[in-house]
Structures are given as structure tokens and as C-alpha cells.
Design a protein around this ligand. Structure first.
Ligand code: SAH
Ligand code: SF4
Ligand code: F3S
Length: 433
């Protein structure tokens, strides 16, 4: 019998990357091989994202493209997984009859049985921890590994689909996470990036039945010798407990980087977004964390053009950014999403939205440029994670999560080294060993 090949494309956030890795592992375990050429695949998996309209459009255009390949190749099955699958399950099959299977983010462990037709071809159950008990865990590459520890969200921000696509919030037990971490560590992984849509709301149980928070979990991971670096994302300001702030002082392996989305610098807009925190609450967190870790690198997410956002609201956001100073941040034009409370309120002209996005991004770029420049001629600790595009080029990350590259005849992969920074731009640093 000829070889079975699987092609997987991941859209959206890091949690989807983690899920795609698990889907790969499930099928590698069943004797499949990975292909990067969709035209030779027997199984094609699109692990989709529903967060903004553009992300969804991309999925449907990819389905159209794959449909043509599939029509010339009778033995390909097309699977739509992820958040679009969860949100639009039945519609996908109606709209695109070429899709064979549809599976949501909490039930994809059933895929092998779905393909054998032992399970129905659409599955959008929220099975929570049952998924994790039925997955396969192999490290995907050498240095850094994503690890989902918490899923779902109960916060219901008025713009956001995540509570509907990922389901109610839940945390995995401590032991399972430690076991998974040890497996990756034994495979040579040096950095663990703990993931959750609300990762700092983590409250998993330990063996003694006690509920434990993120700082406790990270102190257990710190004890694992081979793990050199710990990161976590994405956090919510409401769950930024003192124990977690303290971990930034105490945990020797926790990196000094905090991705903490605020979305807007206007209290009026935050209220309409149902964020349940104010700008001041956020600034207090920044103060507290800079108190214990003065060099912490701050990162955030912003939405511009939220319904009824005025010029004044936007200026408040710009002033807020000037005050905090971010080393990196992600910004998006508001996209009305089906089923969310803000869906029908979209009322800011697209030209205004675009102008605000441009202004905001140029301020963020400027801050990033200035920040990176401060490291010129200094020595920094870097974990080299991958080979670059050029020969003998290696790419790594500083403790502040900046991307760094260098040329070297020596193999640098998977090493933590002290390097000298020789050049800087707004998006990366160049270094010498
Ligand atoms: N759980 C994280 C973020 C999840 S989504 C949090 O609570 O912050 C990632 C980012 O996408 C969000 O921070 C937000 O900035 C953006 N986003 C979410 N819904 C959006 C929408 N409808 N339009 C534009 N951007 C959106
Ligand atoms: Fe979405 Fe808000 Fe939940 Fe983040 S906290 S996932 S933005 S609903
Ligand atoms: Fe997208 Fe789902 Fe992640 S909507 S951002 S893939 S949780």
C-alpha cells in the first residue's frame, strides 16, 4: 500500500498552532507522513480562525482552491477544523459540499475515528479535558514548544467570538501539564510557552485536589532541569493576580515579557467592550510589575474603530501608549462578528478606521525602534531557535522576546548564548557571538 500523506494549514493564534501539532501527532501515530504540498495529500486539514472577517474569507478562498485539486484527485479528504468549524459547522458543509469533515477545537481528537466513519462527520462538542486525555504529544521542533494549559473564555467582550468558538473556560490539571513538559524537555526543548485565551485565569488542580494558579504551575516547571525558559500568553488584566506579578521576581526561568491586551485607552470604549477594567487598573498593574521587574517588556493588543469610538477616544489610546511604552503590540481594525453583542453597531467609516490604525501603528513602530536601539553594543542572552534564510544564519530570541539573527560557521541551534548586539531595527536585532 502506498504512503498516506497529511497536509495541515494553521490560521490564527498560537493555540491553533498547538492544536495543529496535536493533529499532526495523531496522524503520524497512525502511520501518516507530513507533506507540505497539498496536491499530493490524502488528508488536507484547514485549522481555521474566526476572530475577524478577513480570517474567515481566507478559509473559504482556500477551500475553493483545494476543491479544484481535490476534483482531480479522488482519494483526498478535506477537513475543516478550528474556530470557523465550531462557529459555522453545518453552513460549511452546505456552502462547500467538498468539505468531508468538520471538527471544532475541543473535539478534534475524534478525527481518526471520524475518518473511519465510526464517528459522525461533524463534531462541535465541548468535551474539554477529554480531548487532552486522547491526544498524542511529540515535540514539534528543537527549542521552543507551545503548550496549551487553559482553554476557552467566560469574559464575553462584546466584540469577540472566542467564548463561542472555544467554549467555557477550563484548566488542565497540573500533573498532566508537567508530564507533557517533561516529554518535550526529554526531546531537547529548552523553552515552554504556556498558552490559553485567558492563561492567567489558570486554576488547575494538583494531585492533592487543591486548586492551583499560574504562578504555582510555573514554579513546578522551573524545577525541571532541562527547561531554561518559561513564557505565557495571553493574559487578561482582570486576572493579573499579585502571585503572578511576584513570580516575575521569584521564578528564575520566567522571561521578563508580558503580553497584556488592553484593546483601548478610553474608559468609555472599554466599558462598551465589556472589558470590566479601566485604563487606571491597567496602569496600576504596569506599576506593580515594573516595581518587581523594572526591565519587564510590555506588549498589548489594540482595536481601532470600535462602534462610537470618537477622535477623543482614539487620542486617549495614543496617550496611553505614550505613557506605558510597548516593546511590541498588535493592532486591528474592528471587525463585526456574527453572534457578538457589538455586531450590528459598526458605525465608523473605513477611511477613519484606516487612518487611526496607521497613526497607532507608526507610534508603536517608533517605540519599538527606540526600544531596540537601547540594546546596541550590549550583551544579551539569546536562545537560538531556527536556521535563517541565508546560509550559516541562525535566528533566536532575547529574554525580552526580540528576534535576533547572526551568521556563524558553528552550529548554534538550541543553545542559550550570550551575544553582542551589533545592529537594530524596529523588528529585529543583529548580533555576534
Ligand atoms: N484572549 C485574548 C485575545 C484573543 S483574540 C484577550 O483577551 O486579550 C486576539 C486579539 O484579536 C484581541 O486581543 C483583539 O485585539 C483582537 N480581536 C478580537 N476580536 C476582534 C474583532 N471583532 N475585531 C478586531 N479585532 C479583534
Ligand atoms: Fe475574547 Fe475578551 Fe475572552 Fe479575550 S477576554 S478571548 S478578547 S472575550
Ligand atoms: Fe482565532 Fe480561534 Fe485563536 S478564533 S484567534 S483561532 S481561538
Amino acid at each position: 500500500m502506498s504512503e498516506k500523506l497529511i497536509y495541515i494549514k494553521s490560521y490564527g493564534c498560537q493555540m491553533n498552532v498547538y492544536d495543529s501539532n496535536r493533529i499532526k501527532d495523531l496522524f503520524l501515530d497512525k502511520g501518516y507522513k507530513i507533506t507540505t504540498d497539498v496536491s499530493e495529500a490524502n488528508l488536507t486539514v484547514l485549522n481555521t480562525c474566526h476572530i475577524r472577517e478577513k480570517a474567515v474569507e481566507k478559509v473559504y478562498s482556500d477551500i475553493g482552491r483545494i476543491k479544484k485539486i481535490k476534483n482531480n484527485k479522488k482519494d483526498m479528504k478535506l477537513i475543516v477544523a478550528g474556530c470557523v468549524a465550531q462557529a459555522e459547522g453545518n453552513e460549511i458543509k452546505k456552502r462547500s459540499p467538498d468539505v468531508d469533515f468538520v471538527v471544532g477545537p475541543q473535539s478534534y481528537h475524534k478525527l481518526p475515528d471520524m475518518i473511519k466513519n465510526i464517528e459522525p462527520s461533524i463534531n462541535s462538542e465541548f468535551l474539554q479535558n477529554e480531548k487532552f486525555k486522547n491526544l498524542v504529544y511529540n515535540a514539534s521542533h528543537g527549542s521552543s514548544e507551545f503548550l496549551s494549559i487553559q482553554e476557552g473564555c467566560d469574559k464575553f467582550c462584546s466584540f469577540c467570538v472566542v467564548p463561542y468558538t472555544r467554549g467555557p473556560e477550563f484548566s488542565r490539571p497540573i500533573d498532566e501539564i508537567i508530564e507533557e513538559t517533561k516529554k518535550y524537555a526529554a526531546n531537547g526543548v529548552k523553552e515552554i510557552i504556556l498558552l490559553g485565551q485567558n492563561v492567567n485565569a489558570y486554576h488547575g488542580t494538583s494531585q492533592d485536589g487543591k486548586s492551583r494558579d499560574l504562578s504555582y504551575l510555573m514554579s513546578k516547571i522551573e524545577e525541571i532541569e532541562e527547561v531554561k525558559r518559561i513564557r505565557y500568553m495571553t493574559s487578561h488584566p482582570l486576572d493579573m493576580k499579585d502571585s503572578l506579578i511576584k513570580a516575575h521576581a521569584d521564578n528564575t526561568k520566567l522571561m521578563p515579557f508580558l503580553h497584556l491586551p488592553i484593546q483601548s485607552g478610553s474608559n468609555k470604549v472599554l466599558k462598551k467592550m465589556n472589558r470590566k477594567h479601566t485604563v487606571d487598573d491597567y496602569l496600576k498593574i504596569v506599576d506593580k510589575i515594573r516595581n518587581v521587574r523594572p526591565d519587564i517588556a510590555m506588549s498589548s493588543d489594540f482595536i481601532v474603530g470600535f462602534p462610537n469610538e470618537t477622535d477623543k477616544d482614539f487620542e486617549d489610546t495614543m496617550r496611553f501608549i505614550q505613557k506605558v511604552k510597548f516593546v511590541i503590540a498588535y493592532s486591528f481594525i474592528y471587525s463585526p462578528r456574527p453572534g457578538t453583542p457589538a455586531q450590528h453597531k459598526d458605525n465608523i467609516e473605513i477611511l477613519v478606521k484606516k487612518a487611526r490604525l496607521t497613526a497607532l501603528q507608526s507610534l508603536l513602530n517608533e517605540q519599538q525602534y527606540e526600544y531596540n536601539k537601547t540594546f546596541l553594543n550590549t550583551t544579551m542572552e539569546v536562545l537560538f531557535e531556527k536556521v535563517g534564510r541565508h546560509e550559516n544564519q541562525f535566528v533566536g530570541r532575547t529574554i525580552y522576546n526580540q528576534s535576533t539573527f547572526t551568521n556563524s560557521k558553528q552550529k548554534l541551534l538550541n543553545q542559550v548564548l550570550n551575544v553582542k548586539i551589533t545592529n537594530s531595527t524596529n523588528y529585529s536585532l543583529e548580533c555576534q557571538i
